[in-house]
Ligand binder design. Structure first.
Ligand SMILES: Nc1ncnc2c1ncn2[C@@H]1O[C@H](COP(=O)(O)OP(=O)(O)O)[C@@H](O)[C@H]1O
Ligand SMILES: C[C@@](O)(CCOP(=O)(O)OP(=O)(O)O)CC(=O)O
Length: 461
């Protein structure tokens, strides 16, 4: 069967408030989608490749050697569809991409159980907006002069990520594109609540499997739904399911995704109406390119919480209130119809969150807002038009997020400050001094969306 080409994109993310807390269902995370998207185009496989039946070829043309070929076949004992990577390099090493491979396996299995097990070959192209990676030759990422999809000229593993959540956006857009390509709208329509929910469940399952752990899932949730107040699903929904290839894998996966099995309904909570950005304000992300984050931060914070439950719970309750306070203040200002009451309330929300984070840093001994980041955020907050800043997500030395007045003079003053900023890494943090750059991204309210496949024509190989 010949299908029409389809294209889907999904946004990146920033967990502005609720890092660590969001791992526990008792708390929530304030997550913003970002307008850096990952785009996935699926089309019939071009016959000139001489590819025979049952192959799906995936490529990511912005990176060197980023082509992955997969064979697939139906297995016995209702084990579902087995996906096998095919391409080997000159040294007979398989070139693997865990996120693509896992998402493909999960999507094909779901598709085969809700529709036909006969799956036509296809060609899949992944295109990432430039801000997902720092471009060493062009510090002004997102500037008007750079091509829409930059050729990074390095293998994907060597690209420097800016921490916008590439794997979650990729898995979500990739899964959505395959579902749209292979399933009729009557079986799954991503524009309906039930279609979006199924995509969410399937993408969460695939992303957790590829990561080898069940995280909070805020990144996949915002890739599907865009900015929202997020309460995680119970980890047990995904922690005990049958492995790919084992008996009844595919039907169990379908039950999990369709919420028809033993695990029943997912208890995720997505509140889109709780998140707004007042007119005249925007989010800004700054990438601190000074080395990697201290590994094991999540483990250490959770170990501290286990050891000192009372201290931790008091701090987390205070932080949760501060985080909810920020969401409520943003929403109130966004809905305020008369003259704006000003931003003092918002500023206080940021101060309260940062105090909470620094208390948690100190008590747990984990550099969530380390002194060098405190210095940087303080300097940014002193720039006229900057409302407040935080270390997003897990914190550490990677990035900061700011809420600012959406004015050219604020952006240029910030750029000026950052251009001259020499980031001071702490000894013991495993990082050296480095640069801070402002990314060209801002908040994005919309999650996954269908795109016009034609608009990517020049980027398809
Ligand atoms: N543009 C892309 N093309 C292909 N695979 C990608 C792309 N972006 C991300 N990935 C996949 O996601 C992985 C990065 O995931 P991860 O290390 O969890 O980073 P992040 O924090 O950005 O999600 C890559 O190794 C690759 O498997
Ligand atoms: C600690 C966390 O709550 C938040 C981590 O957020 P980041 O945005 O720092 O995450 P990565 O994209 O994986 O680097 C863990 C979680 O919620 O899974």
């Amino acid at each position: 069967m010949v299908h029409d080409a389809v294209a889907v994109s999904a946004p990146g993310k920033v967990l502005l408030a609720g890092g660590y807390l969001v791992l526990d269902k008792a708390y929530t995370g304030l997550v913003f989608g970002l307008d850096a998207r990952i785009h996935v185009v699926v089309r019939d496989i071009p016959t000139r490749n001489g590819v025979t039946l049952n192959e799906i070829v995936v490529n990511s043309p912005q990176f060197l050697g980023a082509v992955w070929e997969y064979g697939y076949r139906l297995t016995e004992r209702h084990g579902g569809i087995k996906v096998t990577p095919l391409r080997v390099d000159a040294d007979l090493n398989l070139n693997r991409n865990a996120f693509v491979e896992t998402a493909l396996g999960y999507a094909l299995n779901y598709i085969a159980t809700v529709s036909s097990p006969v799956i036509a070959p296809a060609s899949v192209t992944i295109l990432a907006d430039n801000d997902y990676y720092s471009n060493p030759t062009d510090h002004a990422n997102g500037s008007a002069t750079s091509p829409r999809f930059h050729n990074f000229g390095v293998p994907i593993a060597k690209a420097h990520k800016t921490g916008l959540g590439s794997s979650a956006a990729l898995v979500t857009a990739f899964t959505a594109a395959l579902l749209t390509y292979y399933l009729p709208k009557s079986t799954l329509d991503l524009t309906t609540d039930s279609g979006a929910r199924k995509l969410h469940n399937l993408a969460q399952a695939a992303h957790c499997a590829a990561q080898g752990k069940v995280g909070s899932g805020f990144d996949v949730a915002s890739a599907v739904y865009g900015s929202c107040l997020y309460r995680r699903f119970s980890p047990s929904i995904l922690s005990n399911h049958v492995e790919p290839g084992q008996a009844n894998y595919a039907s169990q996966l379908r039950d999990i995704v369709d919420e028809t099995g033993e695990t029943g309904k997912w208890d995720t909570e997505i509140r889109k109406d709780a998140v707004k950005v007042p007119k005249g304000l925007r989010l800004v992300m700054c990438d601190v390119s000074c080395g990697s984050q201290t590994p094991g931060m999540v483990k250490q914070v959770l170990a501290w919480r286990k050891e000192k439950p009372e201290e931790a719970d008091t701090m987390w309750t205070e932080l949760q209130q501060a985080n909810e306070g920020l969401a409520a203040e943003l929403k109130a200002l966004a809905e305020f119809e008369e003259t704006s009451p000003g931003y003092d309330g918002l500023k206080q929300c940021f101060t309260r969150i940062r105090e909470g984070i620094r208390s948690m840093s100190e008590a747990s001994g984990v550099p969530i807002e380390p002194p060098s980041q405190t210095e940087l955020i303080d300097a940014c907050e002193a720039v006229p038009g900057v409302i407040g800043g935080v270390v997003p997500g897990a914190g550490g030395y990677d990035a900061i997020s700011l809420l600012i007045e959406d004015k050219d003079e604020t952006v240029s003053a910030l750029r000026k400050l950052l251009a001259g900023w020499k980031f001071r890494g702490e000894s013991g943090g495993g990082v050296g001094g480095g640069r801070v750059s402002m990314l060209g991204v801002r908040e994005e309210m919309v999650g996954v969306k269908a795109e016009d496949a034609e608009s990517y024509r020049q980027w398809l190989t």
